[in-house]
Write a protein that binds this ligand. Structure first.
Ligand SMILES: [Zn+2]
Length: 261
């Protein structure tokens, strides 16, 4: 997933620069058939625009438009828009080809748009899992990961239907979305050799500083006296860590050298 940053620095919301401690994420959809986020970014990056969000998601990328800990303007104003104080806002771009009539999608071709939706959805799940990790959010906890319409039901957002005017057409529910984000958080699908090596190094370091047990005290004294155990470059004896074959022959060599003399 490609990730870009294009902060809306000319938007009055960005200029206000109010900070929040993110307690959740609110998912929106743009409400027009426009898959290109640059259109919104261009329109919103100026003063006197009453809206501003943290990111746009499409089938091919994520564009972050506000620092995550900035207060966004995404779910109305006044008491009904209190989620602005708590929730990171993400706009899902919509594919082209449909129109709206009183909040209802007209002429939306589910079959044609399924690949777009699936790719956008996968990007959104990954982004939300990353944000949940960064801000220590539990996606399954009540009110944490919600859409605009759910925010309205909870009395913390203005009266909009997104994303429930759209996602159900693809048989997607917010319950399923929350589970998918949780699965992504738990999953080790993203384990790489590089990450494994990092974890292994950290694990060996932990073992390296672990104190040895009392039962080996006599043997340790003997081994150190003979120079069989002399510590690593940092002087650590690493008694609870592993020995390589190279270290083992070095130990044997020290022992035999001593007995030959
Ligand atoms: Zn919305």
């Amino acid at each position: 997933m490609e990730r870009q940053q294009q902060f809306l620095t000319e938007n009055d919301c960005y200029k206000a620069g109010r900070l929040i401690q993110p307690k959740g994420i609110m998912i929106h959809s743009v409400g027009v058939a426009q898959p290109n986020p640059d259109i919104f970014i261009h329109q919103w990056n100026q003063s006197k625009v009453p809206v501003c969000v943290h990111a746009f998601v499409t089938d091919s990328k994520v564009v972050q438009t506000l620092p995550w800990n900035y207060r966004g303007w995404h779910c109305g104003s006044g008491v009904n828009g209190s989620a602005n104080n708590t929730h990171i806002s993400i706009e899902c771009c919509e594919p082209s080809g449909h129109t709206y009539q009183g909040g209802t999608m007209i002429g939306y071709n589910v079959e044609r748009n399924q690949p777009f939706f699936q790719k956008l959805y996968d990007n959104l799940v990954k982004l939300c899992a990353n944000l949940c990790q960064e801000f220590k959010l539990n996606p399954l906890q009540e009110g944490v990961l919600i859409c605009h319409a759910e925010g309205f039901q909870k009395g913390i957002a203005s009266n909009h239907a997104d994303v429930l005017q759209w996602w159900p057409k693809h048989n997607m529910t917010m319950e399923q979305f929350r589970r998918d984000v949780q699965d992504e958080l738990e999953g080790d699908e993203d384990m790489t050799q590089e990450k494994f090596n990092e974890m292994m190094t950290a694990y060996l370091e932990q073992r390296g500083v672990k104190a040895p047990a009392g039962w080996s005290e006599q043997a340790r004294g003997w081994a150190e006296g003979l120079g069989v155990i002399s510590g690593d470059a940092g002087g650590k004896k690493r008694y609870a860590s592993f020995a390589t074959r190279e270290e083992i022959v070095q130990m044997l060599y020290q022992i035999f050298k001593n007995f030959k003399a």
